[in-house]
Design a binder for this molecule. Structure first.
Ligand code: NAD
Ligand code: KPL
Length: 304
């Protein structure tokens, strides 16, 4: 049974190359015929791990290809996910399973609503990858991948063991929402501040009172949502992540530096309306979003 990977960027490239290398049938879905021609001209997908770069000649196609899709890995950015799934919806088999790799929250529900018959599994990953050039991905950091089902299904998909055997650091969770919310909270406390201060994660150690104020509001939000375990020790973990990733540029800062849209709508933009509905005051998070939007606008980038 073939895998399809839609979104041959950093994370999609990493997943596709590892599946192909492990002997799994896998096909890339590229946006259009121009991208497909560019991909074919390069001879395949390059993956660099440490000092070693390998070329993997994965087959690729456009969304219009005729073959049915049974297992799909959706690896585009959150803001592209709905349009991307719509482009292949007609090709999904009735029993199709879709693995959503998007960071933040909001896009997963939007995708699931577009394809109500498919099983949409959600992933929360702390692995790192970036694009050296088009179709050349660099594996940039080990991590952990949690996979779960929104409906609290206790049945992992049959292919979870395959991923483990191939060396994917995957674990099943019955509460993926709590994992995604915890990561969202960590990203809300770190990523926008790195953009506003124009700094690597570690330099936020000079702004720990700002971080603490954000963590207090995020903790209150998670608790009010009934996600107390996801709220526990949030500030300590944020400080630990800042220390452990001190030399990294956050994904949001990298987006801004590359002149790309950020995923803020799926982070602060997802959390703040929920805080509002719960009548929770979140002045620091609100001000953070406003300052970030101003900075994005100054740089000519979308505010959402
Ligand atoms: P990316 O920009 O490197 O790759 C996304 C790819 O999707 C691009 O190649 C883009 O052309 C493609 N795409 C978008 N719309 C498409 C469409 N309609 N049809 C075909 N292709 C389409 O992004 P990324 O860094 O791989 O991130 C993907 C998601 O994973 C994001 O939500 C990100 O936050 C999350 N994530 C990334 C990392 C990482 O280290 N890169 C780590 C954790 C989570
Ligand atoms: O996930 C991250 C991101 O940059 O999006 C952190 C944890 C902040 C590491 O950089």
């Amino acid at each position: 049974m073939s895998w399809h990977v839609l979104g041959a960027g950093s994370l999609g490239g990493l997943w596709a190359a590892r599946l192909f290398r492990g002997g799994e049938p896998v096909r890339l879905i590229l946006r259009d015929r121009t991208r497909l021609a560019q991909y074919r001209a390069g001879g395949g997908l390059r993956l660099s791990e440490g000092d070693i770069t390998s070329l993997y000649p994965l087959p690729a196609e456009t969304p219009e290809a005729g073959n049915p899709i049974r297992r799909l890995i959706l690896a585009c950015k959150s803001y592209d996910a709905e349009e991307a799934i719509a482009s292949v919806a007609a090709r999904l088999e009735p029993e199709a399973e879709i693995l959503l790799l998007q960071n933040g929250l909001g896009s997963q529900d939007a995708v699931a609503a577009r394809v109500p018959r498919a099983r949409c599994l959600r992933a929360s990953t702390t692995e790192g990858a970036y694009r050296e050039t088009d179709f050349h991905v660099v594996a940039a950091g080990a991590g952990q991948i949690w996979i779960g089902d929104q409906l609290g299904s206790h049945t992992p998909p049959a292919w979870l063991n395959t991923l483990t055997e191939l060396g994917f650091p995957v674990r099943w969770t019955d509460d993926i929402d709590a994992r995604l919310w915890r990561k969202l909270a960590i990203n809300c406390a770190i990523n926008p501040l790195t953009v506003l201060h124009g700094c690597r994660n570690g330099e936020l150690r000079q702004h720990l009172s700002e971080v603490a104020a954000l963590c207090a509001e995020l903790t209150a939000l998670l608790e009010a949502m009934g996600l107390a375990p996801a709220a526990q020790g949030l500030q300590q973990e944020v400080e630990a992540v800042i220390a452990a990733t001190a030399h990294n540029r956050s994904s949001m800062l990298q987006d801004v530096e590359r002149g790309q849209r950020t995923e803020v709508s799926y982070l602060l933009g997802h959390a703040l309306p929920i805080a509002g509905r719960l009548h929770l005051a979140a002045p620091h998070l609100t001000e953070l979003q406003q300052r970030l939007q101003t900075r994005l606008a100054e740089r000519g980038l979308p505010e959402d």
